[in-house]
Write a protein that binds this ligand. Structure first.
Ligand code: ZN
Ligand code: ZN
Length: 96
C-alpha cells in the first residue's frame, strides 16, 4: 500500500499547523478560529471572544471583559470555558 508522497504530506502538515502573523506587531498565532485584533493587537481564542472585546467601537482589554489567558504557546485570551460553549450561551443572551 503506497504512502503519501512527501510533498503532499508536507502540505497537509503546513495546513494544519499554519502560523499567522500580524503586519502591525510581532504577534504569531495558530488555529483556524484564533482571532487577532489589528487595533489593539491582542489575540483571542475565537470569534466570540474577539467580538466581546469590541465595545462601542473601541477595544476593551481582556481583563475588562473577563477573558483569561488561554495558556497557549503565545499570548492568547479567551473565556475561562470552551469557546463553543460560550457561543451557545451568547445565543441565549445570558452571557456574562
Ligand atoms: Zn482590539
Ligand atoms: Zn498585531
Amino acid at each position: 500500500m503506497p504512502s503519501l508522497p512527501p510533498s503532499q504530506h508536507l502540505a497537509e502538515t503546513l495546513l494544519t499547523t499554519q502560523i499567522n502573523t500580524c503586519n502591525g506587531c510581532p504577534a504569531r498565532w495558530s488555529g483556524l478560529n484564533t482571532a487577532h485584533c489589528a487595533g489593539c493587537h491582542v489575540t483571542f481564542t475565537g470569534p466570540s471572544a474577539f467580538d466581546r472585546h469590541r465595545v462601542k467601537s473601541t477595544c476593551a482589554t481582556p481583563a475588562e471583559i473577563g477573558l483569561k489567558s488561554a495558556d497557549r504557546a503565545y499570548p492568547c485570551f479567551g473565556y475561562p470555558m470552551r469557546d463553543d460553549a460560550l457561543s451557545f450561551f451568547d445565543g441565549l443572551g445570558i452571557a456574562g
